[in-house]
Design a protein around this ligand. Structure first.
Ligand code: NAP
Length: 240
């Protein structure tokens, strides 16, 4: 199917972690572009549309039970990720590193996305083009780490990137046209970045809709050459 306004392909998309800042913006963007969207969130639906099936789910490890009844979907985007919560802020120095924060960050940022991929795999076509995109972060790049700090977030996103790369190699054999990519959205005005926005120049803090459009543009241009890569929101490749 094609979006009549933009001539870009449309289809059936799953958005996992749809209730966050970028998740909601991605849902809006893809609905406007004509996609059928099945959205998963721990939160209730913020909007209604005939093209939208919003599924409230307590635990993403049980996603398989609520997947759509179709043989295949055209793509999956997972936004799942956390930087801080009521108990933790990113660690500024080694002394602040603790096992509880490390474990929780790895669970949300690396383990849950992998369990999502594992569970949706049956819905990803083996012969036709499809994508699995997980939002990651440039600060998870080991090569690009010049500042230090943020131990748990950096390390768990680096682990995520490795897990996605590893899956892309395996699935490249069975799903020849499937692209598995990690995308860095850029600093976006959501609750995740809110405590750190003071340090960000106004022109480097993007609105969720702006970032959603850029992410969608990167996705529209994905080819199998991109599988296993970490991509910047401008489409360029970032180093691991
Ligand atoms: N905002 C930025 O500046 C920025 C920069 C670089 C990378 N990113 C990445 O972009 C992604 C989306 O971020 P965002 O800014 O939209 O943040 P957000 O508003 O906090 O959304 C985070 C998403 O992760 C899910 N999530 C968070 N904690 C969870 C938990 N304990 N268990 C299960 N799911 C949980 C939520 O799903 P529900 O729908 O169930 O609530 C939510 O949709 C994240 O992976 C983040 O690391 C963001």
């Amino acid at each position: 199917m094609t979006d009549k306004k933009s001539d870009k392909p449309t289809g059936h998309l799953l958005i996992v972690g749809a209730g966050g800042g970028l998740g909601q913006a991605l849902v809006k963007h893809y609905l406007e572009a004509g996609w059928q969207v099945t959205a998963y969130s721990r939160q209730s639906a913020p909007l209604k549309s005939e093209q939208l099936d919003w599924q409230q789910i307590d635990d993403y490890a049980a996603l398989r039970e609520v997947l759509p009844d179709t043989d295949a979907v055209d793509g999956v985007i997972s936004t799942i990720g956390m930087l801080h919560n009521d108990d933790f802020m990113p660690e500024k120095h080694l002394g602040a590193v603790n096992a509880t924060q490390l474990e929780h960050s790895f669970k949300i940022n690396a383990i849950l996305p992998m369990l999502v991929l594992q569970q949706v795999l049956d819905k990803l076509p083996k012969k036709s083009s499809a994508f699995f995109v997980q939002l990651s972060a440039k600060v998870g790049s080991i090569t690009d780490n010049y500042l230090g700090g943020w131990y748990s977030y950096r390390a768990s996103k680096a682990a995520l990137n490795m897990l996605l790369k590893t899956a892309s190699i395996e699935l490249g054999r069975s799903h020849k046209k499937l692209v598995i990519a990690a995308i860095h959205p850029g600093t976006t005005d959501t609750q995740l970045s809110e405590p750190f926005q003071e340090r960000v120049a106004d022109d480097k803090l993007y609105s969720p809709m702006q970032s959603a459009e850029r992410i969608a543009e990167v996705i529209a241009n994905l080819t199998t050459e991109h599988s296993g890569k970490l991509l910047h929101w401008d489409g360029s490749e970032l180093p691991y």
